[in-house]
Each structure stands twice: as C-alpha cells, then as structure tokens.
Design a protein around this ligand. Structure first.
Ligand code: 6PG
Length: 233
C-alpha cells in the first residue's frame, strides 16, 4: 500500500562533465554492491542515455555478481528482443557480459501489454520489502521511469505498485512503470541528468516544481548526479 509522498530530500552531486557524472555513478553503485549486508543486492535499472553510458562500465566491477538481483523501473511495451526495450539495452551492454543465473534477472513482461504486464510485475515486486538501489534517468520534461508530467505517478494511498501507461508522451506510448511510491521504497535512489537538454527540468526540480522526479521520496533521500551543462549557474 502506498504512503502519501513525504517531502523529498535531495543531495546534488555536481560534476564538470558527463563522463565525470558516469564515473561517479559507477563508483557509487560499486560501493553499494560491496556495502550490502548478507543477502541479495536488489537493484532497479533504467533505460535511456544514463543506461547507455553507465552499463558498459559496470561490466568490469570486481564484485560477487551472484548476490545481485536486477529489476527495472520501467519498460516499453515492445517485443522482448526489440532494440528499444530497456531490458534488451541492459542485456546487450551489461548483463550478458557478467556471470548471472536467469533467476537473478526480473524482466518486466511488457510484451503482454501495459495492464497484464503491470499485474504480473506487481506480483514480483510485491515480495520485496525495499530495493537496495534504484537508478533513474531524468527526462527533459522531468519524468523518471515512465512517470510523466500530467499523468498518474502512483503517489495516492491506494496506488498500485506497478502502473500501466497507455499514452506516454515519450514513444512508445504503451509502457509499464513502477509507481513513484514503490520507487521510493528503496535504501538508495540515484538520479542522473547530463547535458543542456536537461537544464530546464533540473531548474524546475530545484525550484520545487511538481515533477515526477520530485515524487520519488525514499526515507534516506535522493542522490542526484548532474554535470555543469545541465545546471543554471
Ligand atoms: C525510458 C527510460 C526513461 C529514461 C528517461 C531519461 O524508458 O525512456 O527508462 O525513464 O531514463 O527518459 O532518458 P534520457 O536520459 O535518454 O533522456
């Protein structure tokens, strides 16, 4: 059951270049993977430019991959092997290059369509009390996962944990997304934004405007990794 959104705590990590942002993200993810106590390290993945930049670097971590469990914050309703699927991106750039058992990877079955896939994935994430880490990219309109301005973000008390998205403004229109409250049930949340194209979204977020990004309110706060290009100096 969702709780009403708590106030968001943001720690802004400003780096000179996008490459520095991605290096900092890789180091932070690696650190959390090592810091975990016994038991699995439950990680929620994103799609987009952050994924494309960071996943190839994560292949080379010196870590116990057998403890890692991979989930997604959102998925596009496309065939499983479609090149624009977030799960395909992660496999091509990272997961197919490290020693994993199939049982460690929990793909959103978005090929079933938004409603069915949301129901199926709810049954999977429902078994988890909290994620260890959620990684999100910030969209130009301030969206994260597939939670878009003017659409349902899943913050209401009765919101489902996984949302069926039928009319996303970012193609494809049909998607599946973890709700904001479910993304907030995490020990750590990292959000990345680089480049001038994200400047308006970052400025609106820092002004406290109601954006999907600000609806992710984990108790320990959000770590936002940005470069100077996307900050209003
Ligand atoms: C997706 C991603 C999405 C992405 C943002 C930012 O399916 O599109 O999961 O949430 O992270 O759209 O993507 P860019 O950094 O490529 O703008």
């Amino acid at each position: 059951m969702a709780a009403e959104s708590a106030p968001q705590i943001c720690r802004w990590h400003v780096h000179d270049t996008a490459a520095d942002v991605y290096a900092a993200l890789v180091a932070a993810i690696d650190r959390l993977g090592h810091e975990r106590a016994d038991g699995p390290f439950n990680l929620v993945l994103t799609g987009g430019s952050t994924a494309r930049a960071v996943y190839p670097r994560l292949r080379h971590l010196d870590t116990d991959w057998s403890a890692w469990r991979f989930y997604w914050g959102d998925e596009r309703c496309l065939p499983p092997d479609h090149p624009e699927r977030n799960s395909r991106l992660a496999r091509d750039l990272w997961l197919d290059h490290i020693p994993l058992a199939p049982a460690q990877v929990f793909v959103i079955p978005a090929e079933l369509g938004p409603k069915m896939a949301a129901q199926r994935y709810d049954a999977i994430v429902r078994t988890l009390p909290a994620f260890d880490l959620v990684v999100l990219g910030l969209g130009e309109d301030g969206h994260v996962a597939s939670l878009f301005p003017g659409h349902d973000w899943g913050t209401a008390a009765a919101a489902a944990s996984v949302l069926a998205v039928e009319d996303a403004p970012k193609p494809p229109p049909q998607r599946v997304s973890l709700a904001a409250w479910r993304l907030s049930r995490a020990r750590h949340v990292f959000v990345a934004a680089t480049g001038a194209a994200k400047r308006e979204a970052v400025a609106a977020w820092r002004r406290g405007e109601r954006l999907p990004a600000m609806a992710v309110t984990p108790p320990g706060g959000v770590d936002v990794f940005v470069d100077r290009l996307c900050l209003h100096d």
